[in-house]
Design a protein around this ligand. Structure first.
Ligand code: ADP
Length: 456
């Protein structure tokens, strides 16, 4: 605008110059003065008018120039300047107010959208139509371990599963949303539910949006449930088949022979007892998992509890020629459920006796302070077969057995440790294990000393 004003000013000056030239010729003729005098008079007049005109114009357009500079910088013009500009100033002030309102509304809308997408559990990645990454939310960063400088990289550089890249490409190419379930093995097995949709503004394609939901935990639970049903059926199938064949053998004449009859009936009783134990274990697990077990919290002298359990297991250990020793600090107390504590210790001792052929089983009770708390710890140490390191992470899973045949032969179902772990966690503690094949295992129960009445 200022340029236009300047150009117009020059045009006017040129016109004035033309008019003054004509006036000079006329004046020289009319007043019969010499042409030089007339030229001088008109020239002086013209120059004075031009200087005054330029000065006045410059002063008049100065506020406009200031306004242009301020607006160009994106600043707000001062009230004084706007007042100076009169009607134009009022219009600019109104425009400024509306503009600020639009900007504020845009900002708060953007902040709201960002807050929503940033907190979404689903991973979200937006790309332009060429596959360059425009935007990534924290869940996507976590899910795919994305580097910090993701933006403006190509989607193909992000080490995403191939199926996700194909999904985005299909969405971009077809202009239609695409979805798929993707199994991914990096670094661990993952199940993803992915949805890619093209993005457009006023009908013009501008990119694609990829939304990914992590279904791994859900799938894992589903698998655990299926495995559980399969395991229970498997555990029941064998004793039921045994019971059936024993009963059939009795019916087909076995009952006539007293010795065979007694032997078969004893076998039936043993199998029934085994099934009863399995059901007891399953019910215990179900109660624990459903949070339906009742706890009776009280102050327990740990050495007493340990001594009672050790006494119960002594005959079994001695029958195998094993020594069972207890080394317990006598005054240590914890606030816990005594029945739960007894059950954990029984399961650990039962295993120690089952999986040890020679040597000794020691129960050691002591107090330990670690970075994450103050504990009473109970170690159950054996000199048994030990557990290969690759099995250690899984031995607390339901029905997991390192050596199926040996465990079954010992009357185990692979449920003892998972029950013990559940109980320990319900009592505010944990169980850890250290083991070396051929040397033995140490299972350690950690119980917090700081549990108060209210925690129960
Ligand atoms: P189980 O009824 O088979 O003993 P657990 O859940 O108690 O079931 O134990 C799971 C598996 O862990 C066992 O089958 C066994 O292979 C292994 N295990 C447990 N305790 C010991 C131990 N003290 N020494 C060696 N292996 C053990």
């Amino acid at each position: 605008m200022l340029d236009a004003i300047t150009r117009r000013l020059f045009r006017h000056l040129l016109a004035a110059l033309l008019v003054s030239s004509i006036a000079t010729i006329g004046l020289a003729g009319g007043l019969q003065v010499s042409f030089a005098t007339a030229l001088m008079l008109v020239g002086v007049h013209f120059l004075t008018a031009a200087v005054l005109g330029i000065g006045a114009t410059r002063r008049a357009i100065e506020p406009l120039r200031q306004l242009t500079d301020i607006l160009r910088k994106g600043d707000k013009p001062s009230d004084l300047l706007l007042q100076e500009l009169g009607e134009l100033g009022t219009a600019v002030a109104e425009m400024w107010r509306r503009w600020q309102q639009v900007v504020a509304e845009g900002r708060s809308e953007q902040a709201l959208l960002t807050a929503i997408v940033e907190r979404m559990e689903e991973g979200v990645i937006a790309t332009d139509e060429h596959g360059n990454v425009l935007w990534v939310n924290p869940s996507a960063r976590r899910l795919f371990s994305l580097p910090a400088d993701t933006l403006q990289r190509r989607l193909t550089e992000l080490h995403l599963p191939f199926e996700l890249l194909a999904l985005v490409q299909q969405a971009l190419r077809s202009g239609n949303p695409q979805s798929a379930e993707v199994q991914w093995f990096h670094p661990d097995e993952r199940f993803l539910d992915a949805y890619a949709t093209p993005l457009s503004v006023n009908g013009r394609p501008i990119g694609a949006l990829l939304v990914v939901r992590d279904l791994t935990n859900l799938k894992r639970l589903e698998r655990v449930r299926k495995d559980f049903v399969a395991n229970v059926s498997h555990e029941l199938r064998t004793p039921i088949a045994t019971l059936r064949s024993l009963a059939e053998a009795l019916l087909m004449g076995g009952k006539e022979d007293q010795a065979v009859c007694d032997q078969f009936l004893q076998a039936i009783a043993d199998e029934a007892e085994r099934m009863g134990k399995l059901l007891e274990n399953l019910l215990e697990l179900a109660r624990l998992e459903a949070g339906r077990r009742e706890w009776h919290w009280q102050s327990v002298l740990v050495s007493d509890c340990v001594a009672q359990v050790a006494e119960r297991f002594k005959p079994f250990a001695e029958r195998k020629g094993l020594k069972l020793v207890v080394r317990a600090e006598p005054t240590l107390r914890v606030r816990t459920d005594p029945e739960g504590l007894t059950q954990i210790l029984s399961n650990l001792l039962d295993n120690a006796v089952k999986y040890t052929e020679q040597g000794e089983i020691a129960i050691v009770v002591e107090r330990m302070e670690t970075a994450d708390g103050d504990w009473v710890v109970i170690h159950v140490c054996d000199t048994g077969v030990g557990i290969p390191p690759e099995h250690l992470p899984r031995i607390f899973e339901r029905f997991y057995r390192v050596d199926r045949a040996r465990s079954r032969q010992q009357g185990g179902f692979g449920l003892g440790l998972s029950i013990a772990k559940h109980l320990a966690e319900s009592l505010g503690g944990k169980i850890t294990v250290q083991s070396e094949v051929g040397k033995g295992s140490t299972f350690t129960l950690w119980l917090p000393t700081g549990l108060q009445e209210g925690n129960g």
